[in-house]
Design a protein. Structure first.
Length: 344
């Protein structure tokens, strides 16, 4: 092979590097334009601020919560997912508080403005939900409780050890699973003979990774997040909105919770969730594929409906916010109807 003269090789390498840099700059500019031109950007840019509440969980961890809407409204409690914060529910907070409901969203332990903790076991997330319900649900009322991903797992963990119908009248489990998360997740596909390797890669390379994330958005990071967490209909601003929460989540919290998720098994708790429950899944969800939702639906004692949303990934409350808000409104109406029948 004929070798290039040294000066020509240097010039060629420099030109290639400059070309790659230019391409990167152009991709970054294109990404910024996509976000700026997205109509959802204006909606997501200014999350509403509610009445701040500091709630102490059973182990002393202080949780940050915010309540929206009139105090006398039917209570709705929202629990977000892994690496998110209470602002994740921005669409539902606005939709439902404007309809007169008393909406409370809280930051899970270690997330958002809630205190970091020593224990991130799923049982503790259930105790956190109990503390929130005790604080915000009046003794003579029952709430709609909705959870996304880890938030829905928290509902199952709470139901295992508490009197569900004391404080809750209906529930929504969204984009979630309550066991076998590694066995069915699709992010690291390998042959069946390598299942042990698959589990090790999923736990330590993904769920339990402590690697810091880039502190700013790039086309590569956005593309990875879109592939892993979203469906094809998600907008650029919605992906960027979640990315900011993901980046803000401390790496050690992300890892400790991820390892707890790898050990999750709560199918036995589902029969204790005895209130009307809607299960919502995305047909393109790679993190908790639809099979998880179908199994949950089969095990619930009072299933209202299993909803499979088309072209939707793991982020239904963002991607298909109208459908999620409508489901919560339906559950609130169910509580009112049952209360009316009981009073009669």
């Amino acid at each position: 092979m004929r070798r290039l003269p040294r000066n020509r090789w240097i010039w060629t390498s420099a030109a290639a590097g400059a070309g790659a840099l230019t391409a990167g700059v152009l991709l970054q500019q294109r990404l910024r334009r996509q976000i700026a031109d997205d109509p959802e950007r204006a909606v997501l840019a200014e999350p509403p601020r509610g009445e701040v509440r500091s709630i102490v969980s059973a182990d002393g961890t202080v949780l940050h919560a915010e309540s929206f809407g009139p105090e006398g409204g039917l209570p709705i409690v929202l629990a977000h997912g892994w690496t998110e914060s209470l602002q994740y529910w921005i669409y539902q907070i606005r939709d439902l508080s404007q309809r007169g409901f008393r909406v409370t969203a809280y930051d899970l332990r270690g997330h958002g403005d809630s205190q970091r903790a020593e224990d991130y076991s799923i049982e503790r997330f259930g105790e956190d939900l109990e503390a929130v319900l005790t604080d915000v649900v009046p003794a003579d009322r029952r709430a709609v409780v909705a959870g996304h991903s880890l938030g829905a797992m928290s509902i199952a963990a709470w139901a295992e050890h508490h009197d569900v119908e004391r404080a809750v009248g209906a529930a929504a489990l969204i984009n979630t699973g309550v066991g076998d998360l590694i066995a069915e997740q699709l992010l690291v596909p390998v042959p069946a003979v390598a299942q042990a390797i698959n589990r090790a890669v999923a736990v330590h390379g993904f769920l339990g990774s402590r690697a810091p994330l880039p502190r700013f958005s790039t086309p590569l990071s956005v593309g990875a997040i879109r592939y892993i967490a979203f469906g094809p209909a998600a907008t650029a601003a919605q992906v960027a909105f979640f990315e900011r929460m993901l980046i803000a989540c401390p790496p050690d919290v992300r890892a400790d919770v991820g390892i707890a998720l790898s050990e999750l098994e709560l199918h036995h708790a589902l029969p204790r969730l005895t209130v009307p429950t809607i299960v919502i899944v995305g047909d393109k969800d790679r993190l908790t594929p639809p099979g998880h939702g179908r199994r949950i639906a089969e095990e619930l004692p009072d299933l209202v409906r299993l909803t499979v949303l088309p072209d939707t990934g793991h982020m239904a409350p963002l991607e298909r916010h109208d459908a999620v808000s409508a489901a919560l409104l339906e559950l609130a109406e169910t509580i009112d109807e049952r209360a009316g029948v009981a009073a009669a």
